[in-house]
Ligand binder design. Structure first.
Ligand code: M6R
Length: 633
């Protein structure tokens, strides 16, 4: 989390930094700041709260500097106050640093630097970095400069070799007015190549308006940006040969396009996302007698054949999508599957199982917990040296330019387009689509279900875009009206079973994230084992009840809640008399194959959360305490 930007070139830096920070605010919005260098002065402006507060402070300030760095913060160490806002400086205020990540050994470094007379002004881990660089500028280690003549670069190189943790840095100094140094270690950082100007940022949308030529740094790399070009080194100091790639993203994709919030726009984009996934991964002409797989994931046999187990590692909404994935991989492809929180798995991995496919699911491709768990799993399987434990790794992500895509050899892209709302919506649906394709591909290979059944599922998938459009058209106004009833509601319960249990979890997470209402998702059959004690007339219950193996069971569980005076909202099949008799409010979806229902049932719970939060006047796209990309452990 946290977003960093930097600029060196021929234009005024500060407006480029602010425009860049606007696109990175999804990464954190506790405070923001910029620092620029010109005519021997370091000008630093910081403000608590959102970027708009920094913009207000900068209004009317003349700043012709052509070199600068900027930051938008998600607080880890130190409260979200101005004195903790980045950029941070050394004692003499000659070096300024912005950081994304965490310096784990900052306490020792701080104590060491204080002993040497450095004066600290913040509670952050970051502040040790400018002090350490200043220390190495004044007292360089007795090491030869391997391939560069830049004193600043060499001091930074020596400093970063002392840092433990995950960090991306951008650094400037009054004494080196033609240099912007950037560093990457387990936190994303991209460099944009313009004509006589260069950019850096935590994420490419900050660079896209200026150039599409982008180099993504790898872990353990330092780059020196000057008006003449970019030099890249590794931490030991060896010069590396690197070339930028051309991005094909379009800046228009990050506009609200008339919607009040990005989240609502992204909910409405879901039919299009499903269409794109179908066009990309499904053979549209496939029929059961085609003689080949209907799925075009382009994954090698060595990854998918003879699997005995699948383990999926993910966090948050991606973890919920993975639970739907587990249902599909077990029930359609017949492969035992476990889903683990990446943050838990990393420190308590299950004993190695043979012939296991490990899938990492992360929309951003940058979630530190997920990356670390996957890295650990890949490493321990390689270290086993045994063929049956060899790593078979697959990533599912929405960002083909992410750290995940560099860590894992095989990737399925979710094709959802950039998602700005902190609450994931369209990327969740796209992750589900990836799991449908993977389960069908494995089912075809293993013949776990008949070709006719595969054909039926594919026919159902093809109907989904139009059905999603119908749900959006028919429910938008009603859900908005319904949301008025929950102006003062403090608790919500979501229930579902089978393949729709993860949708209950996702509904509860969406509501918590953006409306700050306490919400729990339960498997409907578990309510009676304890949580039912929470119910009374003040606690609405949202039940996901679609036709299929557990429909009657969920209706009975809903009745049990109704008997405790709970107000019942049902995400139910259209025109279903039994549902009409059971629920107080209906959010109907087309009556589809139970296997495909999560793609439709998630939409009403997304809309409900959105409208409750919007009705309460909350900041839907940037909810408090959250960030879109969680790059710290
Ligand atoms: O980028 P990732 O999918 O790895 O992110 C995982 C979670 O941080 C994320 O899903 C989070 O729970 C979202 N805010 C959900 O809306």
């Amino acid at each position: 989390m946290c977003g960093i930007v930097g600029y060196i070139g021929t234009q005024a830096a500060s407006s480029i930094l602010i425009e860049g920070l606007k696109t990175l605010e999804y990464r954190g919005y506790d405070s923001a700041g910029v620092a620029t260098v010109s005519e021997g002065k370091l000008q630093r402006t910081r403000a608590k709260g959102k970027l708009v507060n920094l913009q207000t402070k900068l209004e009317g300030l003349e700043d012709p500097s052509r070199l600068g760095i900027g930051h938008t913060r998600w607080a880890t160490h130190g409260k979200p106050e101005e004195h903790n806002a980045h950029p941070h400086t050394d004692t003499k205020e000659r070096i300024a640093v912005v950081q994304n990540g965490i310096i784990e050994n900052y306490r020792e470094l701080r104590a060491e630097l204080k002993d040497k007379g450095h004066h600290f002004r913040s509670d952050t881990d970051t502040e040790v970095i400018p002090h350490l660089i200043a220390e190495y500028l004044e007292n360089p280690l007795d090491e030869s400069i391997l391939t560069t003549q830049s004193e600043l670069l060499e001091a930074i190189r020596q400093a970063v070799n002392r840092l433990q943790g995950a960090f991306a840095l951008a650094i400037i100094s009054i004494d080196f007015p033609d240099e912007l140094i950037v560093v990457r270690q387990q936190a994303p950082l991209a460099i944009g190549f313009g004509q006589g100007e260069f950019f850096c940022a935590s994420d490419t949308p900050a660079i896209m308006p200026y150039t599409q030529a982008v180099l993504t740094l790898e872990n353990g790399e330092i780059a020196r940006l000057t008006p003449m070009g970019v030099e890249v080194y590794d931490f030991p100091g060896h010069r590396l040969k690197k070339k930028p790639q051309t991005l094909n993203w379009n800046p228009i994709m990050v506009e609200k396009q008339g919607f009040k919030h990005f989240m609502l726009k992204e909910i409405y984009e879901q039919p299009g996302v499903v269409r794109t996934c179908l066009e990309t991964y499904l053979d549209t002409a496939w029929e059961p007698n085609s003689g080949h797989s209907p799925i075009r994931l382009a994954l090698p046999d060595a990854l998918l054949n003879d699997l005995q187990h699948i383990q999926i590692l993910a966090c948050g909404t991606s973890w919920h999508a993975s639970l739907v994935g587990k249902y599909l991989l077990e029930q359609v492809a017949g492969i035992p599957t476990v889903v683990q929180y990446a943050s838990e798995f990393r420190y308590a991995p299950a004993p190695l199982m043979p012939n296991t496919l490990t899938i990492g699911v992360t929309q951003s491709g940058e979630t530190a917990d997920t990356l670390a768990a996957l890295d650990m799993e890949q490493t321990r399987r390689l270290a086993s040296g045994k063929a049956q434990y060899a790593p078979r790794m697959l990533g599912i992500t929405n960002r083909m330019d992410s750290s995940l895509a560099r860590l894992i050899p095989h990737i399925v892209g979710t094709m959802a387009g950039i998602e700005i709302g902190v609450a994931a919506t369209k990327t969740f649906v796209a992750q589900l689509m990836a799991f449908y394709f993977l389960a069908l591909e494995l089912a075809y290979r293993r013949q776990s279900i008949s070709l006719e059944r595969i054909g039926e599922i594919i026919d159902g998938l093809r109907q989904l875009p139009a059905q999603l459009e119908l749900v959006l058209e028919s429910q938008e106004r009603y859900v908005e009206e319904l949301s008025h009833d929950f102006a003062d509601t403090k608790d919500f319960i979501f229930i579902g079973r089978g393949i729709n249990y993860p949708i209950a979890l996702e509904g509860a997470l969406k509501l918590k994230e953006i409306s700050y209402i306490h919400a729990e998702g339960y498997p409907a059959g578990e309510m009676k084992h304890g949580p039912i004690a929470l119910l009374d007339e003040k606690v609405p219950v949202v039940a996901i009840a679609t036709k299929g193996t557990v429909y009657e069971k969920v209706l009975s569980n809903a009745q049990e809640a109704k008997a405790r005076d709970a107000r019942l909202i049902g995400v139910v099949p259209m025109n279903d008399v039994e549902a009409e008799e059971t629920f107080d409010a209906l959010l109907p979806v087309p009556d589809v194959d139970e296997l495909l229902s999560p793609i439709l049932t998630v939409v009403p719970v997304q809309l409900l959360s959105y409208h409750i939060a919007a009705r309460r006047g909350l900041d839907v796209d940037q909810p408090r305490n959250l960030a879109k990309s969680v790059t710290v452990e």
